[in-house]
Design a protein around this ligand. Structure first.
Ligand code: CA
Length: 230
């Protein structure tokens, strides 16, 4: 789950990045509306955390109105010191925010609310992703293969979730990287290949009836494994 945190205060931004990072989220930080728009143009995010008091000409509320004017349905959680004021809370929700959390905030509460927002798009395609004997509930970080629980490192889980949302469709390597790494995070050139190798091994060891095919020069595609004929 890759989240864009639009926040100009460095301490708050770092708290979000480190705190949510340790809970399995991938967080990018933008310090004003302009940076946020550039990031949104480059990456397909799963949600936005938005501070209302932003430096520059465009404040958080205006940014949000502009975003909704583009018909974007990206979940937006406002995180703001102005949250104590009922008026700004209402203004935020009217401008198209999905949730509002006042600073100072509790990290666990922020994570819980974010998960609730992220559950919405998942709910549109069913709360669980299924292919063959593999069943995943992404918002609970839960995975079962043939009825047995399989625990995966968070990046492998992220890769598999992305593939399960796109069964039979070739997924470019770049789009997998987008979902898994924040800007500026160091990525080994063979990182996806290594994780894919581990993921395939773990799935095979559990008798998973899916297979991840490599499409040279393109990326990967997840297929249901029909097994040998007869
Ligand atoms: Ca601020």
């Amino acid at each position: 789950m890759r989240v864009l945190c639009i926040e100009d205060e460095q301490i708050a931004a770092e708290l979000v990045k480190e705190g949510l990072g340790s809970l399995g989220f991938v967080i990018d930080n933008a310090t004003d509306a302009e940076e946020a728009e550039a990031a949104l143009a480059a990456v397909s995010y799963d949600a936005i955390i938005l501070d209302l008091g932003l430096p520059g000409r465009v404040d958080g509320l205006t940014f949000l109105k502009r975003l909704r004017a583009t018909k974007s349905v990206l979940p937006v959680l406002i995180l703001s010191r102005r949250g104590s004021e009922v008026q700004s809370r209402t203004a935020g929700l009217n401008a198209g925010a999905d949730d509002f959390l006042a600073k100072p905030f509790d990290l666990d509460e922020l994570a819980a609310r974010l998960r609730a927002l992220l559950r919405r798009p998942a709910a549109l395609m069913g709360p669980q992703l299924v292919c063959g004997n593999v069943v995943m509930r992404p918002d609970e970080m839960a995975l079962e293969v043939g009825g047995q629980t399989l625990e995966l490192p968070r990046r492998e889980f992220g890769i598999l979730a992305h593939l399960l949302r796109n069964v039979g469709r070739p997924i470019p390597k770049s789009s997998i990287l987008d979902k898994l790494y924040a800007f500026g995070e160091e990525i080994a050139s063979n990182s996806i290949e290594v994780q894919m190798h581990h993921l395939r091994k773990r799935l095979a060891a559990m008798g998973a009836t899916i297979r991840i095919e490599t499409q040279r020069g393109i990326g990967y595609v997840l297929m249901k494994d029909e097994g040998p004929p007869g």
